[in-house]
Design a protein around this ligand. Structure first.
Ligand code: PBG
Length: 306
């Protein structure tokens, strides 16, 4: 059976910054911007008109703290954005990234112990749960924990249920590899670790078995969608997850994968549109039901022209 990409397959990520009337370009991330909330609404209207109705939000706070407090302050940037989006649009499915790395001074996805030697798991889960709750309370349809903290899905599920948000769904970044493909994203979110790297908590790319275990864990903990990230170097993991589990499966076509295509097209190495359709078809063919991709808006435009 041949594969066709449709607008319903796609989730479009957005980066949100403080301020008014801002749409800022990002280094090494062509075609992707950081929007202030007012400008974000305008762009979502465009995306919506093109027929892409699912978006994933990332917040960039003004100030970072060791305990990531600006991520879960009641008026945190993502919560404010979600409220506005939900006031303005009825037909946009809002998903929010739930992580600490853009909000911590050290740039790690977790709260560290006082001596900075290793993570404080309890505080990390508390912080992630508070973030998820603030997004849900603002109207997010989905929260998407991406910190790779053990039991993050069950901790968030419990908090949401206890507070009356049983209908808010969870997309787990279940199999998230310690990848070299996240470069442009880290520029966008200023979220590169200040020291060390994420290998202690993200997955080893040499090990596919571990990834499947993580997916099982997330399903057991109550994730409504499980995810493999990145997509292209991990099509085998997507395929295996598809064949083993009867569960909604997303793949994240990450920033580095996107930048490859863009820069190669600029160099005249290939036709951007053809390349994007080939890549997205491969991800869907491997078994992803949903694809998070920075190409989503372009794809929707191209589909219109077909
Ligand atoms: C945050 C997060 C990352 C991405 C999504 N959520 C970066 C990271 O783990 O450093 C990467 C997405 C992309 O590269 O497009 N934990």
């Amino acid at each position: 059976m041949s594969i066709n990409i449709t607008k319903d397959d796609l989730i479009y990520p957005y980066f949100i910054q403080e301020g008014v009337n801002k749409k800022s370009a990002i280094k090494s991330f062509p075609g992707v911007y950081r929007f202030s909330i007012d400008r974000l609404l305008g762009d979502i209207e465009e995306t919506r008109q093109l027929g892409v109705r699912k978006i994933l939000l990332f917040g960039i706070p003004l100030s970072k703290y060791p305990d990531a407090r600006s991520a879960y302050a009641l008026d945190n940037i993502v919560a404010r954005a979600v409220k506005k989006i939900k006031q303005e649009f009825r037909d946009i499915v809002v998903m929010t990234d739930v992580c600490l790395c853009a909000y911590t001074t050290h740039g790690h996805c977790r709260v560290l112990k006082k001596d900075a030697k290793g993570p404080d798991n309890k505080k990390t889960l508390e912080a992630l749960s508070k973030i998820a709750l603030s997004h849900a309370a603002s109207g997010a349809d989905w929260v998407a924990p991406s910190a790779m903290a053990k039991n993050q899905v069950s901790a968030i599920r419990k908090t949401l249920d206890k507070n009356g948000f049983k209908d808010t769904k969870i997309m787990g970044y279940s199999a998230k590899f310690a990848s070299n493909f996240y470069g442009p994203f880290r520029n966008a979110a200023s979220s590169a670790p200040r020291s060390g790297d994420r290998r202690p908590y993200q997955l080893d790319f040499r090990d596919g078995k571990q990834a499947l275990k993580k997916i099982v864990d997330d399903i057991k903990e109550g994730a409504d969608i499980v995810m493999v990230k990145p997509a292209l170097s991990y099509l085998d993991v997507i395929k295996e997850a598809r064949s083993k589990f009867n569960h909604s499966l997303a793949a994240y076509n990450v920033s580095g994968e996107y930048a490859f295509v863009k820069y190669g097209a600029r160099q005249g190495l290939w036709d951007e549109k053809k390349m994007v359709f080939e890549i997205l078809a491969s991800i869907k063919r491997a078994g992803a039901d949903l694809i998070i991709t920075y190409h989503a808006k372009d794809v929707a435009k191209w589909l219109k022209e077909l």
